[in-house]
Ligand binder design. Structure first.
Ligand SMILES: *Cc1c(COP(=O)(O)O)cnc(C)c1O
Length: 368
């Protein structure tokens, strides 16, 4: 972007490290690179994973799959959202993208298209997420499609709602439902592989691994069990995204003076304040006003007053700072670290949203 100064640094080797860490736990992985690889950049992430023999990737939209294919990725590409627009159907065939199919209409269209050529699909079932997928009671009408066309059922999949909640029995209820569905499909003669796990399930629920797991957030370094009693399970993951912005002013604030719109912060004593070129125009949320911290030259500095469109103020009374110094909003400086989970907490959201939003800024890639 041309109007801002935020810098998003992606360390691809950390993504590789996380991938290898997950692979030790569960050997069959299809990394999820939807939504521009959770803001980390679809093509860059796919390239580095392909160098480590990844042969299956999951995108969100079909068009994202087309982009991935055109970048030269020759492995299996699955589109988690399935065909949404009319044009998606031709894209699927042309670029050999395997859709997740969750609706009868999609199934009918695809079976039409598979009169002359084999079309591979994933059937997605709703086992408790209540979002996308066929229900168990739809099974009888689904199976007819496979006898009357060249539709090839490659995988059967479902998605877990609470895999990141340690010991939640609903995870096993979903697994039970999934197994019942798979047995039914096997009984009628279909052959396929099974996929159920997201990141949390890869780390926390080994009995659910099946044939192919779909880790997303853990690949980018977030521990899905952060702050819970299972937090040790994701300790080996490293955040791949670091974000900084430059200081553009340093000045005194006298006792009793206020900062920023609404005068929500009033100096209790004489202070030194730095203004950082960072704000909600950079997707740094206004919810962080008076709450979060930045790290400057190895020290944590609290945010003072409201986050503005392109500026935020921090207390640097005890820090040596100069114009142009970098303030870290996500990542490490000296001994201090702000992790994605902690930033998400101040923001009032989850690490996924933090990555997707900050990742919309200009990115630079490093390999350390
Ligand atoms: C996003 C997504 C995943 C990955 O989930 P994480 O929690 O990021 O590991 C897996 N499966 C489906 C269907 C998804 O939509």
């Amino acid at each position: 972007m041309f109007y801002n100064f935020i810098q998003v640094k992606i360390d691809l080797q950390k993504i590789v490290h996380n991938f290898l860490f997950l692979k030790q736990i569960c050997p069959q992985l299809m990394p999820v690179v939807k939504a521009n690889a959770y803001g980390h950049g679809l093509i860059a992430v796919a390239k580095v994973l392909a160098q480590h023999d990844v042969c299956s990737l999951a995108v969100g939209s079909v068009e994202e799959g087309v982009r991935l294919r055109q970048s030269g990725f020759s492995g299996e590409i699955m589109a988690l959202l399935g065909p949404v627009q009319e044009t998606d159907y031709n894209f699927l065939l042309e670029h050999k993208i395997i859709p997740f199919v969750h609706h009868e209409e999609q199934l009918l269209k695809l079976s039409e298209l598979s009169k002359d050529e084999v079309v591979e699909i994933v059937l997605k079932f709703d086992t408790g997420m209540g979002r996308l997928g066929f229900r168990q009671d739809e099974l009888p009408k689904i199976i007819d499609t496979f006898t009357s066309s060249k539709l090839h059922l490659k995988y059967v999949a479902s998605h877990l709602a609470v895999a990141d909640y340690p010991d939640d029995p609903f995870v096993l209820e979903q697994k039970q439902c999934f197994e019942t569905i798979c047995s039914y499909l096997k009984q009628v003669g279909l052959r396929f592989k099974k996929s159920l796990c997201n990141s949390a399930a890869v780390l926390g629920w080994p009995e659910l691994h099946c044939d192919l797991a779909r880790p997303g957030i853990s690949l980018y370094g977030v521990n899905p069990f952060w702050g819970s009693k299972w937090s040790a399970k994701g300790k080996g993951l490293w955040a791949a995204m670091e974000v900084t912005a430059p200081i553009i002013s340093v000045h005194r604030l006298r006792k009793g003076e206020t900062i920023s719109y609404g005068r929500t912060f009033k100096a209790p004593v004489d202070m030194k304040v730095a203004i950082v070129a960072l704000g909600y125009a950079d997707n740094y949320s206004r919810h962080i006003s008076n709450k979060g911290w930045l790290i400057i030259n190895g020290q944590r500095c609290p945010i003072l007053g409201r986050v503005c469109m392109q500026m935020v103020a921090v207390d640097v009374s005890k820090v040596k700072v100069g114009l142009g110094d970098k303030a870290v909003l996500l990542g490490k400086s000296g001994q201090e670290v702000i992790g994605p989970e902690e930033l998400a907490l101040w923001w009032g959201t989850i690490s996924y949203e933090v990555f997707c939003l900050l990742g919309q800024n200009k990115k630079v890639y490093v390999s350390n």
